[in-house]
Design a protein around this ligand. Sequence first.
Ligand SMILES: [Zn+2]
Length: 324
Amino acid sequence: MEGSGAGQEREPVHTFAGSDLDRAAHLRSDAERVRELGLGGRGRYLPFRRLEPLVSDRDGAALVWWTDEEARRHTGGIPSEAVFLGLDGTTPCFALAVPPDLYEDPDDPSDPSEARFRGVRDVAPALPAREASIAALGRSLLGWHEAHGYCSRCGRPSLSEQAGHVRRCTGPDCGAVQFPRVDPVVIMLVHRDRQCLLGRAVRARRYPPGLYSCLAGYVEPGESIEEAVRRETREEAGLHVRRVRYHSSQPWPFPSTLMIGCFAEALPGEVRTDPAEIEEARWFSRRQLSEAVERWNEEGVVRLPPPLTIAHQLAAAWLAESPE
Ligand SMILES: [Zn+2]
């Protein structure tokens, strides 16, 4: 999604970025105060069940926020694990993990109106951009807590601190702190002459017939973004890269990745894929890419992932950069 009419100076803002919450990091160190800020109806709690936020569909999709009273009623008390997301104006906003069986029964009369817990990726295109970003932030933070209940150094339980932005080991002789992690992934549109290279990953779950995407891979320790682009392009497609150009980035909350979008100009050479990683990779003309961008939602044609992905946006940006 391009920045909303911000003109040429602003960089592109993709889905899952663009929240206007003030993260108010200075408040986190006083978790007690943050909790107090939320009490008495002043705070708003975004409930997540199995990392899926509560979404209402009444007049278009919208996140459903609970007051502290509602949060208590639905969960039997506000758990200390409520994670402070930031201030919306002066209103403190929290993400709250609710029991996995809450509203499991569709006829449960306590189920608030038409609200449902919905997957962040599935509901994102229907949500206002700022809400998709807030949902992504909450999902990543709650997912991190869920997976980091124990100290990675000594194995003892860890506890949430800093209003949910740190976990500290309870071991008296350890006390190691952990911070929410973000894993960098490079994703690159490889191009040469007036063609670009797209592939089909072996492991990806969402690769129905006809779907192609940009090459991508995790940045490894001791590696720059540019080096990761070169290595992945060589490993996955057997091509050497001349020039790497950064374009834009996207937080990807599944579970907590930063997608770093680049253009990579390939040197002459044959495409040789690694069958363990890439099922197929091939060159596409500008016309083919343009069709794949436009027909991303159709089956039975060559197409790209949906517009909410940086892969789609990189392709669209490459086409727009040097129109025919
Ligand atoms: Zn420890």
